[in-house]
Write a protein that binds this ligand. Structure first.
Ligand code: ADP
Ligand code: MG
Length: 387
């Protein structure tokens, strides 16, 4: 799960990381009022995507009037950044925050390190909006230091990173404090990423988190109702939001063949085989082991609400979940919502013969498939052929 910059900064602030003052606003009038607290302020679009600075979503205002004028343009705009896709994202809220006098910008994050089954500190003295380019073209400017989740953070790790960034004396102490608190936040709230970019050295000589991104492990959210309360479904893909309401593991993709599968492994294999035959999956979808008619119906509704979907491939291996139950679910769902695209079904496993009979007796225009390859071939053909 993702949250907004202003929420990430509130969390970091609560963990003792220095952040600038600020207030979130939804109208130009609110921006005007909030801006009165500052000589100069920065208006920042709050969307769940980075790259806002370059896209025009971060603007300096020298007065409350100017802040209001900026907000009039920014609130309600479709902000396009390199992370939003060409359609951009609607700006509903902005953060009005103190303008900081920046002497230098650093990058600092803690991420999951799959290779070492732990965490990793990633840092750079070349932080700011160019960090992706720096990482790609000058990897030597990126410092990495693993942290064990069992041992947690130790000062010597912080000293090591600080030295490599050229931070000494008081600044080194501030830096280590920030890292310690970021690690604490990461572990206590089950984060998957805690990122500060830029962490700035102010002209007054202190470190300050000017931008922040905190992501959470969805599987641990049941332990953190206070984090779930920060969710902004406006920022999420509506199809994925609906899927989560029905406990469906769904991820929206760009292709034109909708997939409805039981089991994550089979769902991955289904996407692979569609690609092997020259097609493109429109989604990943695992309906899980307890697919009821209601959930299968919801799954079909989600697939059909995607205008790109030109065919649907159902791929079920009945184990604990029997094929006849799934077939009944498919038929009921297809009848409930009216299938508007060709439906290819491959069933295998427990009670498969009864399952196939049910599909046949339904009178629905279902394209039956013998095996996975046959299903993929038929789905690709039904969706308009291989690309
Ligand atoms: P994004 O990462 O989405 O582009 P940032 O919050 O990192 O957004 O802002 C981009 C750049 O704008 C920063 O690298 C920094 O140079 C500048 N900036 C952001 N917030 C402030 C602020 N409060 N005061 C001064 N400059 C800022
Ligand atoms: Mg940033």
């Amino acid at each position: 799960m993702k949250i907004h910059e202003y929420q990430a900064k509130e969390l970091l602030g609560a963990y003792g990381v220095p952040v600038p003052g600020g207030e979130v606003a939804e109208t130009p009038e609110e921006v005007f009022e909030a801006a009165k607290a500052y000589d100069k302020c920065v208006i920042k679009a709050q969307i769940h995507s980075g790259g806002r600075g370059k896209g025009g979503g971060v603007k300096l205002a020298n007065s409350p009037e100017e802040a209001k004028a900026i907000a009039e343009k920014m609130i309600g705009m479709q902000l396009v950044t390199k992370q939003t896709g060409p359609e951009g994202k609607l700006v509903r809220k902005v953060l009005v925050t103190e303008a900081t006098n920046i002497a230098k910008e650093y990058y600092l994050s803690i991420a999951v390190d799959n290779e070492n089954a732990g965490l990793v500190i990633i840092a750079s003295a070349a932080g700011g909006t160019e960090i992706e380019e720096t990482a790609a073209n000058h990897p030597e400017l990126i410092v990495k230091e693993p942290i064990s989740v069992y041992e947690g953070f130790h000062n010597y790790k912080g000293i090591e990173v600080a030295r490599k960034l050229g931070l000494s004396g008081e600044l080194q102490k501030e830096f280590i404090g920030i890292l310690r608190n970021m690690t604490k936040l990461f572990l206590e709230k089950d984060c998957s990423l805690v990122e500060i970019n830029p962490l700035v050295l102010t002209e007054e000589g202190h470190l300050l988190a000017l931008d922040a991104k905190v992501n959470f492990d969805d599987n641990a959210l049941m332990r953190h109702p206070e984090i779930v309360a920060l969710r902004d479904v406006n920022e999420e893909n509506p199809k994925e939001v609906k899927a989560s309401e029905y406990d469906l593991n769904y991820i929206s993709l760009e292709g034109n063949i909708g997939c409805l599968v039981n089991g994550a492994g089979l769902a991955m294999a289904t996407m692979d085989i569609i690609k092997k035959f020259g097609g493109e999956p429109a989604n990943f979808l695992d309906v899980g082991g307890s697919a009821t008619t209601e959930r299968v119906t919801a799954a079909f509704e989600i697939l059909l609400s995607d205008p790109n979907v030109k065919a649907i491939m159902v791929n079920i291996f009945g184990g604990i979940m029997k094929c006849d139950i799934i077939a009944e679910g498919v038929v009921a769902a297809a009848k409930n919502i009216g299938m508007t695209v060709p439906l290819v079904v491959r069933l295998e496993g427990t009670n498969v013969d009864r399952g196939k009979e049910i599909l046949k007796e339904s009178g629905l225009a279902i394209i039956a498939a013998e095996d996975m390859a046959d299903a993929a071939r038929k789905a690709v053909a039904a969706a308009g052929g291989a690309k």
